[in-house]
Design a protein around this ligand. Structure first.
Ligand code: HAM
Length: 533
């Protein structure tokens, strides 16, 4: 017998089981309702995209792209590239019949493999199809030459000069094309949703839709981070984005309002909203230079990560949580003092718009966020009960990102809620609704009762009542014990007497109160119970 092995979920991933999953569904359902009341529509994008999309959007120098992405290429890339090396190695064929026959065998296999990969859309067509066709042609020339050797049937010996020249030319044509072989793009699991949404916005020409396009997305994201409470390698986001021609600060404020309405609805109170403006392409570069200058002056007092970031991404130093760096960071130049007029005006209007909506916020000049696409508004919400990973939502404006990805000039702003963290916080606050109890357990006994049990279970389920119907006969005592342990509200007792009299016994398990009801009364009674919760 094969050895047994138990598998466990991969580090940083986890299973969400019932009844917890009901809490997740409730959270996501509430988000749908709130977002749809703000006229957002759902978008679903693939969970993997071309790696380049993330590198261009989020930034190649960010931790997310640099260290945390799960990337994968085509499993066939190595095989094809090894063959290209083989084909370009003159020593593997030459004018020797034996070597040439060996070469022919390998090359034919490669040619067939490449053709299959191209036709299966695993490898790009274009150049690769041309190579496969040329190889086919070159190999039929070689095959012909091999079969022409009169003395040995092409098994041993040297090729005649004329044949050798023909083979050389055939191989050379394939060699030239093989250098242009196109490999499939490297792909990565999405570490966030914004890049994919912008890609889809461009790909489907969504900019022609009237007004701003408001989208939301829910689903798993993947980052190879060190797992800890509230930080996972597969985690979930509820993401919302507004894309379109306008960057009016009212859009930013309304988006934040929507987020807070959701948080209030799900009992996620005691949150804190932080806002900032990180300027745009007109004012930020000069600020970044000023910051870099200042950082160079204090370089020796910073940790290695911050030292490296002075050159690669000085803004990220402001994000540092290293205790010894906090005092130094407090003395650095602040972006709010270096915003251009347009950015300052945008930020000031945003704050007015927030006040208009009665939204409380705190300005945090160090809120630069870990992704490169942000301009102007950035914001974050922290929640209680989460320990060090207390950011439950992050977002900001990314005007220009769509354009950078080859789309039309477009403004954009959005946020992503970390669902895992939101749920954790809701649980810790004790705000989670109680999972819905099982409605009715059908305790049947006796062969004659079974068909009636099947039928009444179906009717109750059609009426929206959750029903558990045991598939095997049990003694009433055992059956009712199980009903209790399953947390059913009622047990419907169905013995042969009940079937004969067409009167059902309904027992409320909390207080053992029993009623005898005809089918219509039973349905009516349970439905009204369900409606009243
Ligand atoms: P982010 O700040 O990288 O922003 O992630 C948003 C939220 O996702 C975080 O505040 C956190 O709650 C959650 N999160 C991130 N990483 C993890 C993890 N490893 N485990 C658990 N939760 C995590 C973005 O992703 C941007 N795309 C937000 C955005 C949308 N900006 C504009 N539009």
């Amino acid at each position: 017998m094969a050895e047994t092995k138990q598998f466990r979920a991969i580090k940083g991933t986890r299973d969400i089981l019932p009844p917890d999953s009901a809490l997740w569904n409730w959270f996501e359902q509430t988000a749908r309702e709130v977002f749809e009341s703000y006229n957002f529509g759902e978008i679903r994008t693939p969970i993997f995209e071309e790696t380049g999309l993330f590198a261009r959007s989020i930034g190649a120098e960010t931790d997310v792209v640099n260290k945390e992405m799960y990337g994968f290429g085509s499993p066939d890339t190595e095989e094809i590239s090894a063959f290209v090396g083989f084909l370009n190695n003159e020593q593997v064929w030459t004018a020797d019949y034996g070597l040439l026959r060996g070469f022919y065998g390998v090359a034919r296999k490669f040619q067939e493999r490449l053709k299959t990969l191209v036709h299966a859309d695993e490898f790009p067509k274009g150049a690769n199809l041309k190579l496969a066709e040329q190889l086919d042609l070159s190999l039929s020339i070689i095959s012909h030459v091999l079969s022409q050797n009169p003395a040995t049937g092409g098994l041993i010996g040297k090729l005649a000069d004329k044949d050798a020249e023909e083979v050389r030319r055939a191989v050379a044509s394939a060699q030239v094309l093989s250098r242009g072989v196109e490999y499939p793009q490297s792909m990565s699991l999405r570490p966030e949703a914004t890049a994919g949404i912008c890609r889809a916005y461009i790909e489907h020409g969504m900019h022609v839709r009237p007004g701003n396009v408001k989208l939301y997305l829910m689903g798993p994201m993947f980052r190879r981070e060190r797992p800890q409470k509230g930080r996972y390698r597969q985690f979930y986001q509820v993401d919302a984005e507004v894309l379109g021609p306008s960057d009016a600060p009212g859009i930013d404020a309304e988006l934040i309002e929507m987020l807070l309405v959701l948080f209030r609805r799900v009992g996620l109170v005691k949150t804190k909203l932080y806002v900032n403006s990180i300027g745009d392409k007109n004012c930020r570069p000069a600020y970044v230079e000023k910051l870099r200058e200042a950082l160079r002056g204090v370089k020796e007092r910073l940790g290695t990560d911050s030292q490296r970031r002075i050159e690669t991404n000085p803004l990220r130093v402001l994000d540092s949580k290293v205790a010894e760096e906090q005092e130094i960071i407090a003395t650095l130049p602040k972006i709010s003092e270096h915003l251009c007029d347009a950015c300052r005006e945008h930020f000031s209007q945003l704050k007015q718009e927030l006040s208009l909506r009665g939204i409380q916020y705190e300005e945090n000049w160090r809120l630069v966020r870990g992704l490169d696409y942000y301009t102007r508004t950035t914001f974050e919400v922290t929640a209680e009960g989460l320990g060090s990973q207390n950011a439950v939502c992050g977002g900001g404006r990314y005007d220009g990102l769509v354009e950078m990805l080859g789309g039309p000039p477009t403004k954009g702003i959005g946020f992503a809620i970390g669902t895992d963290r939101a749920i954790l916080s809701i649980e810790e606050l004790g705000a989670a609704p109680k999972p819905q109890a099982l409605g009715v357990y059908v305790a049947w006994m006796g062969k004659a009762a079974y068909p009636a049990a099947v039928e009444i279970a179906r009717k109750l389920r059609e009426a929206g009542i959750a029903v558990e119907l045991p598939a095997e006969e049990m003694k009433f005592k055992k059956s009712l014990g199980l009903a209790d342990r399953l947390g059913a509200r009622y047990a419907l007792i169905l013995g042969e007497d009940e079937v004969a009299s067409r009167m059902y016994t309904l027992k409320r398990l909390a207080d053992a109160e029993q009623k005898k009801l005809a089918e219509a009364e039973l349905l009516e009674y349970l439905e009204s119970e369900r409606r009243s919760g």
